[in-house]
Design a protein around this ligand. Structure first.
Ligand code: CAA
Length: 258
């Protein structure tokens, strides 16, 4: 991949860190940024030395949405023929767990990108919203679906129809975020959580992620059936043997796949 211009990419031991970096546009998600985030995350996903990924923005804005200036002149034919936003779907197909560390605005596409990640750790100053309605459009990167599954129909309708912003206390109560921490501790906390995930068996974390995502993507019966099959498959791995032996022998596990 050529050197990215809209993001910063770093490795912190076994954690891959992607920082959105268009400060003048509050990290608005233009096509270039989308391509670069997806490419960097895909490269981390293919790297056995990486066990978890963190995506973050700046203190003021995780991302203030899709880039309105880029979008404003597009026609129906443009967005259909370009499959506009389509590449973001690739993120949801990665096996490596992804944490969004959200401080400041996570609006429109920014909220949708956070929800495309596997879990959201938020700073106290975070604000979530789907304000597309104010622009005469609707969410286009999965917001109407993922927000509804995350917080339920009543709140999702409220957010999507009025465009209002949700502060972190409400976001935590509603189940949109997993943890709320002081703003200045947000990235550090996310990196620590990612390091914990990266210390586990990578096969097991990929299967666990897949199993939880089934709850989002299928009925309860299908999800439980899929979970059972994935659970059985862990018994084909040496990490299962090692993890359980370590417990019985009262020692730390030494997983092969990490
Ligand atoms: N696209 C392009 N540029 C953006 C942007 C966006 N989504 N959000 C902010 N910017 C730019 C502003 O235009 C401004 O640039 P200039 O200095 O060149 O004018 C710069 O970032 C700073 O923004 P503000 O001056 O507006 O900062 P503020 O602190 O006064 O307000 C804000 C912050 C409330 C987040 C405000 O910027 C805002 O409302 N942004 C738009 C939010 C929005 O509508 N997001 C949804 C986009 S549509 C979408 O995401 C579709 C989808 O489903 C994928």
């Amino acid at each position: 991949m050529s050197e990215p211009t809209t993001i910063l990419v770093e490795r912190r031991d076994r954690v891959g860190l992607i920082t959105l970096n268009r400060p003048k546009a509050l990290n608005a998600l233009n096509s270039e940024l989308m391509t670069e985030v997806v490419a960097a995350a895909t490269e981390f996903d293919a790297d056995p030395g990486i066990g978890a990924i963190v995506i973050t923005g700046s203190e003021k804005a995780f991302a203030a949405g899709a880039d309105i200036k880029e979008m404003s002149s597009k026609t129906y034919a443009d967005v259909v023929s370009q499959q506009f936003f389509g590449a973001w779907d690739d993120l949801s197909r990665l096996r490596t767990p992804i944490i969004a560390a959200v401080t400041g605005y996570a609006l429109g596409g920014g909220c949708e990108l956070a929800m495309l990640c596997d879990t959201i750790i938020a700073g106290e100053n975070a604000r979530f919203g789907q304000p597309e309605i104010n622009l005469g459009v609707i969410p286009g990167i999965g917001g109407s679906q993922r927000l509804t599954r995350a917080v339920g129909k009543a709140k999702a309708m409220d957010m999507v129809l009025t465009g209002r912003q949700m502060k972190v206390d409400e976001a935590e109560r509603a189940g949109l975020v997993s943890r709320v921490v002081p703003t200045e501790k947000c990235l550090e906390t996310a990196l620590e959580a990612a390091a914990v995930i990266a210390s586990k068996s990578a096969i097991a974390t990929a299967l666990a992620k897949d199993a939880v995502n089934r709850a989002f993507e299928s009925s309860l019966v299908e999800g439980v059936r899929a979970e059972r099959a994935l659970f059985y498959s862990t018994f084909a791995t040496d990490d299962q043997t090692e993890g359980m032996a370590a417990f019985v022998e009262k020692r730390e596990p030494n997983f092969t796949h990490r």
